[in-house]
Design a protein around this ligand. Structure first.
Ligand code: UT7
Length: 336
């Protein structure tokens, strides 16, 4: 029996139209009596702008156009998909999953266009905060390799603007909204070469939204809390280790990597990771300046950006790396 692998057949992404520059944030915070500056944000994070969704726009609303773009790029339709996984920490509802909502919206769209829907295929969310897309891609790869699916839509979608505390200047300037997606399909050639996932719950408190739902109400604080420096130090350390793990599993060297596409949280973390792996910055896709930190959406957004602007090409070796709340981290190494 030939071995089954998975490979990325198409990518897509979507950003809500409202672009908010650092100058806009300075004005927004000044109105609240809070001081920040474009210089501070650029120097400490590399971020120049982010996109915010309108109040009535949900994660699934961002996920659907990203998914449609990925389907188109892969040359398939919704009816060809037999698995939907959405990585998100800002789901439309407590339940059901955002993935089921995305599945339904894609079906409705396909039917309205005279096509065939996708009702019946498995759909579920993955919650691993900024590592969510790496977790989702790893699960989809394993399901395809096992024969449990043939063609998956793997999406990262976030409306982090909903959980930002605009009275906390140390976090509110960092995050943005958006969605990215890939179509991952079965192949007799790899595709995905190696994956690596980790979590360490002792660090729950350094990046969390501590509120919870009880009796139909949110109890506790529903807004994001972060110890930025603790996250920063852990991130640089674990990203290097995880990169080395997938390279070793696949029998590859650092110098074999054509593109490093890390979670886009902070340019200084990204530069530190590249330095440790002895990769020039020219081998890294960087979108943090335009998108801010879009959590689970950031890696597929950056991947799609790199593919569409001609940087990342078919046949190249790509390393994706995620890190975030939990604490969670991981990597996926693949040939595009
Ligand atoms: O997606 C999950 C992963 N998350 C991350 O990767 C975030 C990781 N952490 C970071 O990116 C950085 O730690 C931050 C960007 C969050 C902060 O940068 P930093 O260099 O660690 O700054 P800091 O927290 O040490 O703060 C330095 C100073 C402080 O003032 P004092 O105490 O030195 O007077 C802050 O109050 O900068 C001040 N500060 C600000 N000043 C202007 C903090 N936020 C702001 C702000 N504008 N927005």
């Amino acid at each position: 029996m030939t071995q089954r692998f998975s490979r990325i057949a198409g990518t897509g992404s979507y950003l809500p139209p409202r672009r908010v520059t650092n100058q806009d944030m300075v004005a927004e915070l000044a109105a609240r009596g809070i001081e920040t500056s474009d210089e501070w944000i650029v120097e400490r994070t590399g971020i120049q702008a982010r996109h915010f969704a309108l109040p009535n726009v949900t994660a699934s609303d961002l996920a659907v156009p990203a998914a449609c773009a990925a389907l188109k790029a892969a040359g398939v339709t919704a009816a060809d998909i037999d698995l939907v996984i959405v990585a998100t920490s800002t789901p439309d509802m407590v339940f059901p999953s955002t993935a089921t909502i995305v599945q339904h919206k894609l079906s409705q769209k396909a039917l309205a266009e005279g096509g065939v829907g996708m009702a019946g295929c498995p759909a579920f969310d993955v919650q691993a905060v900024c590592s969510g897309f790496i977790y989702a891609l790893t699960v989809a790869d394993a399901m395809i390799a096992r024969g449990a699916a043939n063609r998956a839509l793997v999406i990262g979608a976030e409306v982090f603007s909903r959980i930002i505390d605009f009275n906390d200047r140390t976090t509110c300037v960092l995050f943005g909204d958006g969605a990215g997606a890939v179509v991952l399909e079965a192949s007799d050639q790899p595709g995905v070469l190696a994956t690596d996932l980790h979590a360490d719950g002792q660090y729950v408190d350094i990046l969390c939204v501590p509120g919870h739902v009880s009796g139909g109400q949110i109890l506790g604080d529903p807004l994001l809390k972060m110890d930025g420096q603790a996250v920063f130090k852990l991130a640089i350390n674990v990203l290097e280790k995880s990169a080395r793990t997938v390279l070793k599993k696949a029998g590859k060297q650092e110098s074999d990597i054509d593109w490093l596409i890390p979670h886009q949280a902070n340019i200084r973390i990204m530069q530190g990771t590249a330095r440790k792996l002895r990769l020039p910055m020219e081998k890294m896709v960087v979108t943090v300046q335009d998108h801010g930190n879009t959590s689970a959406a950031s890696i597929p957004l950056a991947l799609d950006h790199g593919v569409r602007n001609g940087q990342v090409k078919s046949g190249q070796l790509v390393l994706l790396e995620g890190v975030g709340g939990g604490f969670t981290w991981g990597s996926v190494l693949f040939n595009l």
